[in-house]
Design a protein around this ligand. Structure first.
Ligand SMILES: Cc1ncc(COP(=O)(O)O)c(C=O)c1O
Length: 398
């Protein structure tokens, strides 16, 4: 695998970085654009922050991002991260005691907390559905369909799951839920820049995605996409100049009520958000479709070699695994120690985690990775799993 792309990244060459999934990595040219926006802001803060100027710059971002996501630019607003966007949605729903929110057993832990918080405040019930494995479209849709009742008010699903790196086939169940009047909310934290998206066609009420992960924009860039008919329900986290009360003339900054409410929330550094088009450009200029395909093949190759070494079968078929992120089963071990040892003894950054009583390494492969990175991981895991077998603390004791 060619490695000339590595020079575009600021990643420490002393670390073999196999964890793009957690926070992404932003290419140098995008970081340079980001810093230039900050310099322009500092040179003329008042002119830069002028609402008309900002509204025009934000429109450029929404157009570039909309083209990438198959979305109407005016249905997209900036949020700081996926958690923030999903908090807005979860906390804007008018849930009542006994209402049910349907979700799965693969959701991101922080969002499970958000829903638990909402449930405690409203009396709603969160119902995580166990998704049958191995993942199939029929099993996925069937389990969720079976769990829907006339109390189901919302459906919350990851598009790509965090602990298990699966691509959930969300489209059919979103259509079905909407037809039943259920609010559909997709956590697309890992999806933009990773799998093809057509948010218009998907038709979920709310879709939240990170730009800092696979799109490789600077940190602090994420979007909240809301279908037009579902926008007025959302309560922004901050009420500021952009707020218009019901009945008032919307759009004091030349946008819709939805855009104004979310785009103008007091003084915030817009530089990271304004650099999103540069990230999209970087990927296009470097032929990222082909790069991503090479990454997918390498990730599958490494996962197959590890499976051969451990004797543990692949967790998911390649068709349902995230293309550049694979959950690789490993023997039962102390995952905290394994992660630490991989980093401190072998210079490898990769998450080791326990999910549903099983242990995994979650491998991410991005354009800067080389075939040697996989070789290094395999030999380190071979050495450490022998070691950890002797040192493992029985689970439940720590
Ligand atoms: C599925 C999923 N949802 C939400 C998040 C939260 O993202 P953030 O920390 O950017 O809010 C993550 C983070 O990795 C994730 O994997």
């Amino acid at each position: 695998m060619p490695n000339d792309l590595a020079r575009h990244f600021l990643l420490d060459p002393a670390v073999t970085f196999l964890n793009h999934g957690s926070y992404g990595a932003c290419p140098r040219p995008v970081m340079e654009t980001y810093r230039r926006w900050q310099d322009r802001l500092e040179a003329q803060p008042v002119a830069f922050m002028d609402p008309a100027h900002l509204a025009a710059r934000f429109a450029e971002v929404r157009h570039a991002l909309g083209a990438e996501l198959g979305a109407d630019p005016d249905d997209l607003v900036r949020v700081t991260n996926a958690t923030a966007g999903l908090n807005v949605v979860a906390r804007s729903l008018d849930l009542r005691p006994g209402d049910e929110v349907l979700t799965t057993d693969h959701e991101y832990a922080a969002l499970a907390k958000t829903w638990a918080f909402v449930a405690a405040r409203t009396g709603a019930v969160i119902r995580p559905v166990r998704i049958p494995l191995p993942l199939t479209a029929e099993g996925f849709g069937g389990a969720l369909r079976e769990a829907m009742t006339d109390r189901t008010r919302a459906l919350f699903l990851s598009h790509i799951t965090s602990p298990t790196a699966l691509v959930f086939p969300v489209a059919p169940i979103v259509a079905e839920a909407r037809a039943r009047g259920i609010v559909t909310i997709i956590d697309g934290a890992h999806a933009p820049g990773h799998i093809p998206l057509d948010l218009r066609a998907l038709g979920a009420d709310y879709y939240v995605g990170n730009c800092h992960k696979w799109l490789m924009a600077p940190k602090g860039t994420a979007f909240l996409h809301a279908r037009q008919g579902a926008q007025s329900r959302l309560v922004p986290p901050v009420i500021s100049h952009g707020w218009t009360a019901a009945g008032e003339e919307p759009g004091p900054f030349g946008g819709s009520a939805f855009l104004d409410r979310f785009q103008f929330q007091g003084t915030r550094d817009p530089a990271a958000w304004l650099s999103v088009p540069a990230a999209i450009r970087f990927r296009a200029e470097h032929g990222w479709t082909e790069v991503a395909e090479r990454c997918r093949a390498l990730a599958q190759e490494i996962a197959a070699e590890l499976a051969g070494m451990t004797g543990l079968p692949a967790f998911a078929a390649p068709e349902v695994s995230a293309p550049q992120m694979v959950a690789m089963p490993i023997p039962d071990c102390d995952t905290v120690s394994l992660h630490g040892d991989l980093l401190s003894r072998h210079g490898i950054e990769i998450p080791a985690l326990r999910w549903d009583g099983r242990c995994f390494l979650r491998l991410s492969i991005q354009g800067y990775n080389r075939r040697e990175d996989g070789r290094k991981l395999l030999s380190a895991v071979r050495a450490l799993l022998d070691l950890t077998a002797r040192q493992t603390v029985p689970s439940g004791r720590r």
